[in-house]
Design a protein around this ligand. Structure first.
Ligand SMILES: Cc1cc2nc3c(=O)[nH]c(=O)nc-3n(C[C@H](O)[C@H](O)[C@H](O)COP(=O)(O)OP(=O)(O)OC[C@H]3O[C@@H](n4cnc5c(N)ncnc54)[C@H](O)[C@@H]3O)c2cc1C
Length: 468
């Protein structure tokens, strides 16, 4: 079977097929910590090629795992069940803007920041802006329903997709949605596929909605003496009458990691900082920042620094961009969580994480998209220290369960993948998981598309730290 499948793939892909171990092994990783090596890697460049591979997978009954740039933090593109890894990173040549219709069409391997750059040339904006946008693909963003700092005002990937071209699990090419802002013809399959983590269909083209680019931005940095007040300030700002375009939080630990890494003269002693951007007509931005200041004064917060130039503004946002590299640089394996909470519960979660950090003696930093209630508690651990790994598993479980108890969710944007599947039933209940499984069963009855993702595996009750 292996030889027959290899020969079939080779006749189509030639040098775009990889089957030697030294080639395949580098496709076994993502931005999380798992490692699973595929049997074959194919670099697809058209919907017809995807279709042919899907038909072969059906014939030989082997799984397919789609892969964009593999920046996933949840194990999404890891080929857990081996089989064929479908690499989209080389399929980046189709990117076309239709400025009068405010839309862009893109092939799945296009890097997200290239979409931003093209829209910008026409004074338009594609708002979804994951912090990884200079390296991740639009296909990966669609499959994860990626968010980003601008989510607080503009929403996430799903809010900017008008239509998709997809290849189904049986190998049909179909279109969902279209080119229009409104479309209620039939079920909303576009939204079903977005965020389905490559488990329901393979995305081969996207039609994305653009909006006018805001005329100007202004950024403030707010410093806090305690984490609880930092949490409370989020609702205070969002109920002040101003809608910030970005609102990011960094706790003291994140701040100090960035300072160690980049030496930017940051306030090391602050319990947390909040970076707040407002956008729109230049004449209103100062007024909006005054409104935010007044709202903060009411809860006793008065340390606010406003960037007075584009360079100062850029420097402040650099702080946020450097959090991930600074954490990676500071050692060992980085486990990035993605809990999301009702805004009023953020202070409770900060208190809980502080307790967990001390109780389990772990190195946890917290940062995230505060305006969306989306926090990224991130743990640095040494996977060879089994005692510490056990404490990490306990800590993660406690964070997840507390998020659910507060009315929150396991994942705001990184997806479930392999890392959070053991906790799905805690959030959705047995019936909720069964309902979701029924969709998977209907659309992919042979379970060929990205198997072992999202849904709980029998007997697995905790964070998955195992590899193949
Ligand atoms: C430093 C850093 C910062 C990050 N910041 C953010 C952030 O701000 N917001 C955010 O949401 N995420 C963030 N992420 C996570 C990650 O970048 C996103 O999940 C991104 O959408 C993944 O894109 P990718 O191209 O790397 O996809 P991959 O990681 O390769 O794949 C992700 C998932 O998409 C599926 N997939 C890929 N292509 C297709 C396709 N064509 N059809 C069907 N399924 C497909 C894969 O099977 C997998 O399940 C960050 C990651 C890093 C490392």
């Amino acid at each position: 079977m292996y030889e027959d499948l290899r020969n079939s793939l080779e006749s189509i892909f030639e040098e775009r097929l990889f089957y030697k171990i030294e080639d395949r092994i580098s496709y076994g990783y993502d931005g999380s910590f798992g490692q699973h090596t595929p049997d074959f890697v194919v670099q697809v460049k058209s919907a017809e090629e995807v279709q042919t591979v899907v038909k072969l997978a059906n014939k030989f009954n082997v799984p397919i795992t789609p892969r964009g740039a593999s920046t996933s933090l949840s194990g999404g593109p890891l080929p857990v069940e081996k089989g064929i890894l479908m690499d989209f990173s080389q399929w980046d040549h189709y990117l076309e803007i239709f400025p009068d219709d405010l839309l862009i069409k893109a092939s799945p391997g296009v890097i997200t920041s290239d979409i931003h750059k093209l829209a910008d040339q026409y004074n338009l904006m594609y708002p979804p802006d994951p912090s990884s946008s200079s390296i991740c693909t639009i296909g990966g963003n669609l499959a994860e329903n990626a968010g980003g700092p601008r989510g607080v005002k503009y929403g996430v990937t799903k809010d900017y997709v008008l239509g998709l071209e997809i290849v189904t699990a049986s190998g049909e090419i179909i279109n969902t949605g279209g080119n229009t802002v409104k479309n209620v013809t039939g079920y909303d399959l576009t939204k079903l596929i977005i965020g389905s983590e490559g488990t329901l269909a393979i995305i081969t083209e996207a039609t994305l909605r653009l909006i006018p680019k805001p005329l100007a931005t202004k950024t403030a940095m707010i410093l806090f003496d305690d984490l609880y007040t930092a949490g409370k300030s989020i609702s205070a700002i969002l109920t002040s009458g101003v809608r910030p375009s970005k609102m990011e939080i960094l706790d003291n630990n994140s701040l100090n990691r960035v300072e160690d890494y980049a030496h930017l003269n940051l306030p090391r002693e602050a319990a947390a900082i909040l970076l707040v951007e407002v956008d729109g007509h230049p004449s209103i931005l100062d007024k909006e920042l005054i409104t935010i200041k007044e709202a903060l004064t009411k809860i006793g917060v008065d340390k606010i620094e406003i960037a007075e130039s584009a360079e100062e503004e850029e420097k402040l946002w650099q702080v946020r961009k450097l959090v991930s590299p600074a954490i990676v640089k500071s050692g060992y394996t980085k486990i990035s969580e993605d809990i999301t909470l009702p805004l009023s519960k953020i202070p409770d979660m900060f208190e809980k994480i502080d307790k967990i950090k001390k109780e389990y003696d772990l190195n946890i930093v917290v940062f995230g998209h505060a305006g969306d209630g989306n926090l990224h508690p991130t743990i640095n651990t040494n996977m060879r220290d089994q005692g510490e790994v056990g404490r990490v598993e306990d800590a993660v479980e406690e964070i997840f369960n507390y998020a659910i108890a507060l009315g929150g969710t396991l994942s705001g944007e990184h997806g479930i993948g392999t890392m959070k599947r053991a906790f799905m039933t805690n959030e959705m209940g047995e019936s909720g998981v069964l309902f979701q499984k029924a969709i998977k069963q209907a659309l992919d009855p042979k379970n060929l598309l990205n198997p072992s993702k999202i849904f709980p595996i029998a007997g697995e009750k905790r964070l998955v730290l195992r590899n193949d």
